[in-house]
Design a protein around this ligand. Structure first.
Ligand SMILES: Cc1ncc(COP(=O)(O)O)c(C=O)c1O
Length: 448
């Protein structure tokens, strides 16, 4: 672990309470196996190992190496914010990179056609979207594609409608595109985040030219149903608003829920009024490899975005992504099962040991959105934040949690209207890490 990070990671591995979650998770490796395994390479029984803590510290990792810069030595211990997974990547990716690395020449690459073929195959076989190869533009990130769409379809001063709480990057993209945002807050009904249809339609004013749909939704964990997407799509059509559907979390859907690609909706006019933005960078933890794509069934709409889009791709990024599409399905199936169990574990832990923290059951994604409003009230976050130079009461809580438990979460206020009182947490870590993180947070939160 980084010298600047609070704990010695190896000590923490050794000391982790290795069996505490076994009941909740349906069985995890024994402590010694987990602590001594060196790699998540496929084991003899065909299982990948997601329990072994894969140390990402000191590898220029945003999740683990950025937060300690803001805290005194030893204060920060656990990076549970940024949406990247703590698992070692699928071996097929490492192997493909090693193979390409045998050829020591890194000039401009020739084409992304075979990568587009894999995008077509993945979306067709897994998600039932029928995509012609030419409907796809390879991008160096969802950001790049969406910014191009905002510049082209919304234009400076135009507005983009967003259901909130929503991924904070949407605000960044809009700032970059010089477009403005309008929040339509989701409402909690029977423990699920639901769309407030009346509010949504009221916000569809003539200056709103696009709506971002985030499916599955970061940070609430919602997986939107077909009828919800259709209703959004029809309202947008009626109000002359283009749908920008960000589906980067598409593959992370929990049992009992189904991801519906916007482009597969049973209304051609709705589909033709949309662009979809996707990547397998969440699926296979390849965000640093800078690879994503967007597509539309409407060639004219896509051509307008293409005019504003320029991707700077890297050879290794293409190699890694292609390898993941071709050979990573089994690794990901196991990863998804592991994350599903981790969501259960988090839910059980909070219900049993952190009664003041509110939990909303995730339908998808590997981020969870926890309600810390009672803790915030107890520590006087609303009264304290300004005098402590913090941007919001949630930023004050973020700081308080680091100082009192070593755990770094993302403040809910980053996610627009409706994020108040909440913190976003990443659960894609070894359950040994999750166990320590929750023990540390429970002991801090239960004291106040
Ligand atoms: C909903 C959503 N969209 C986009 C991104 C960023 O995508 P990219 O890294 O491909 O630009 C993220 C990253 O967390 C995300 O959660």
């Amino acid at each position: 672990m980084a010298k600047s990070a609070g704990i010695n990671r190896r000590t923490f591995i050794k000391n982790a309470s290795l069996t505490a979650f076994a009941g909740a998770t349906g069985g995890i490796a024994t402590g010694s196996a987990a602590a001594s395994a060196a790699s998540s390479s496929k084991m003899a029984n065909g299982k990948y190992d997601f329990d072994t803590i894969y140390d990402r510290v000191d590898h220029n990792t945003s999740r683990w190496d950025s937060p300690p810069k803001s805290y005194p030595e030893g204060t920060f211990k656990y990076g549970m914010g940024v949406a990247s997974m703590d698992f070692e990547c699928a071996p097929c990716i490492t192997e493909a990179i090693a193979e390409r690395n045998k050829h020591h020449s890194w000039g401009y690459m020739s084409s992304t056609e075979s990568l587009r073929d894999q995008v077509v195959k993945w979306n067709g076989e897994r998600h039932g979207v029928d995509l012609p190869n030419e409907a796809i533009t390879i991008s160096d990130g969802v950001y790049a594609g969406m910014i191009a769409a905002m510049r082209s379809l919304v234009g400076s001063g135009g507005r983009v409608l967003i259901n909130t709480p929503a991924y904070n990057g949407f605000y960044t993209m809009n700032r970059n595109a010089r477009t403005l945002t309008v929040d339509s807050p989701l409402v909690k009904v029977n423990g699920r985040y639901e769309i407030d249809w009346e509010d949504l339609e009221a916000k569809m004013t003539p200056d709103v030219r696009a709506m971002i749909v985030c499916n599955p939704q970061n940070p609430t964990g919602n997986v939107w149903k077909e009828d919800e997407l259709l209703r959004i799509g029809r309202l947008c059509l009626e109000h002359d608003i283009v749908v920008l559907s960000d589906e980067i979390h598409a593959d992370f859907v929990r049992p009992g829920h189904k991801y519906t690609p916007f482009a597969s909706l049973p209304d051609q006019a709705v589909v033709n009024n949309s662009l979809s933005f996707n990547a397998i960078s969440k699926t296979f933890n390849l965000a640093g490899m800078k690879n994503a794509y967007f597509y539309s069934k409407n060639p004219r709409l896509k051509a307008r975005v293409d005019e504003y889009h320029f991707a700077e791709l890297s050879t290794l990024g293409v190699v890694a992504n292609e390898a993941a599409y071709k050979g990573g399905a089994d690794w990901f199936a196991q990863c998804l099962t592991y994350i599903d169990g981790s969501h259960d574990m988090v839910e059980n832990y909070i219900k049993q040991h952190m009664p003041t923290v509110g939990y909303t059951r995730n339908e998808g994604t590997f981020m969870t959105f926890l309600d810390f409003s009672k803790t915030m009230e107890s520590i006087g976050a609303s009264q304290q934040y300004k005098s402590h130079g913090k941007q919001s009461p949630e930023h004050y809580l973020q700081d308080w949690l680091v100082h009192n438990s070593g755990v770094y979460l993302n403040p809910g206020s980053n996610y627009g209207t409706g994020g108040a009182g909440h913190m976003r947490m990443n659960v894609a870590s070894s359950r040994y890490v999750l166990k320590d993180v929750f023990d540390a947070m429970a002991s801090a939160v239960n004291k106040v």
